[in-house]
Design a protein around this ligand. Structure first.
Ligand code: SF4
Length: 403
């Protein structure tokens, strides 16, 4: 059954109204790709079905991209968001043994490390000369770290830079932290917030399919558990992102089901800010024989995400994974965000990512301009910090969030 979208993200003041000739062109492109009925739903802001989603994965990429770009411009016009952030991966010790992971080390294994809260704080103070607004802090599931460690970690980072927004702990880490605290997560979250937690990233969702979980990440929380934890996070008043790890053994139907389950939770909580398709990087993992996604696959994942996730405001082309040229192209295939300056990313570089570990703010601005979009620096929750668009240039003006 086709549903009207009831929780569509609000448009920005920059959202464009397409001309009748551009709508006619869009209809023609969609018709040639046998997507005329899908195009009509997109134009009418109607929710796409699971069958529509599966067709989008099989149809001509550029037609799918044109439809996604229509939605992207309807919501955000030419704006493309980025932030000035840094990553801190506080430990690579993990006992979950996910087969696609090249980052994990077992306790005592060569290369294993755990940062003390003071070590993490030093990473923050090392960047005090940079206009960093966010730290993205995720890590492995270390079986021996106690609850107090996580609180101390947050406090140390916040003390090192009180203005920083701490986006930390995937749903998988939050599950572990609550177990260590021996309390329900709903009771733990206010304590983490009190210590400095500002929002939650979107990783660890992988692909919700139980078939995929049994074959690739059987020791980690299930899709149902990931979604339940996200629901608790949102009910605690925290925003999060959401992801899907694509390009390994998952089927098209499993991807569509994953997107639908994110969409249904968003209908309920409105807590997801941004969807980020994560490209599988096979190098140095147990699944090194799996080729991983191509650039075409990455662009399609962005486009299908934009079209299916009609209630999530932002779609991110994560440049550290996709590489800069593909992220630039993705800004015309549905994406409106490219992530940030990063500084020392470990998880995907262990898996063979060859992108830089850091970019300067000015480079990000130029990449976005070169892609034909208007750069907007945002904070973690999409307040505008700076804009290349004069009309949004007032500091603190709020970018769109789910309505
Ligand atoms: S993906 Fe995360 S949970 Fe899985 S092994 Fe790697 S660090 Fe551990």
């Amino acid at each position: 059954m086709i549903q009207k979208t009831t929780h569509a993200p609000r448009s920005t003041s920059n959202a464009t109204t397409p001309s009748s000739s551009s709508i006619a062109r869009l209809r023609a492109v969609a018709e040639r790709a046998d997507l005329a009925d899908v195009a009509e739903k997109v134009l009418a802001k109607e929710r796409l079905t699971l069958d529509d989603g599966a067709r989008l994965y099989r149809a001509d990429l550029h037609a799918v991209g044109a439809l996604a770009n229509h939605v992207r411009e309807r919501l955000h016009g030419d704006l493309a968001y980025f932030n000035v952030n840094q990553h801190v991966n506080y430990t690579n010790v993990c006992n979950k043994l996910c087969r696609f992971c090249a980052f994990q080390r077992l306790p005592g294994q060569a290369g294993a490390y755990v940062m003390t809260p003071e070590d993490a704080a030093l990473k923050i103070t090392a960047q005090l000369d940079e206009p960093v607004t966010e730290v993205h802090m995720v890590a492995g599931i270390h079986p021996k770290l106690e609850y107090g460690y996580y609180l101390d970690l947050l406090r140390a980072v916040k003390k090192a830079r009180p203005s920083i927004h701490i986006k930390a702990f995937t749903m998988v880490e939050l599950d572990q932290i609550a177990k260590k605290a021996k309390k329900p997560l709903a009771e733990v979250l206010p304590e983490l917030v009190e210590a400095g937690l500002g929002s939650v990233p979107g990783g660890g969702a992988e692909v919700f399919s139980e078939r995929v979980r049994k074959l690739t990440y059987h020791l980690k929380i299930s899709g149902d558990e990931w979604l339940a934890i996200a629901r608790t996070v949102h009910r605690a008043g925290l925003k999060s992102n959401c992801t899907m790890l694509h390009g390994h053994i998952e089927t098209i139907e499993e991807r569509v089901d994953h997107l639908d389950r994110l969409r249904r939770l968003q209908d309920e909580t409105h807590g997801f800010q941004t969807y980020i398709p994560l490209s599988f990087h096979p190098d140095h993992s147990e699944m090194a024989h799996v080729p991983g996604p191509t650039a075409v696959d990455e662009l399609r994942e962005i486009a299908v995400g934009r079209l299916m996730l009609d209630n999530i405001p932002h779609i991110k082309a994560y440049w550290i994974l996709m590489d800069v040229p593909i992220a630039q192209l993705a800004l015309s295939y549905g994406a409106d965000d490219v992530d940030g300056t990063v500084v020392e990313e470990k998880i995907y570089h262990e898996a063979g990512a060859t992108t830089p570990q850091k970019v300067q703010r000015a480079e990000l601005v130029q990449w976005i301009r070169d892609a034909g979009r208007v750069p907007v620096e945002r904070d973690t929750v999409y307040n505008v910090v700076w804009s290349g668009d004069e009309s949004l240039a007032r500091a603190g003006e709020h970018a769109p969030v789910a309505g």
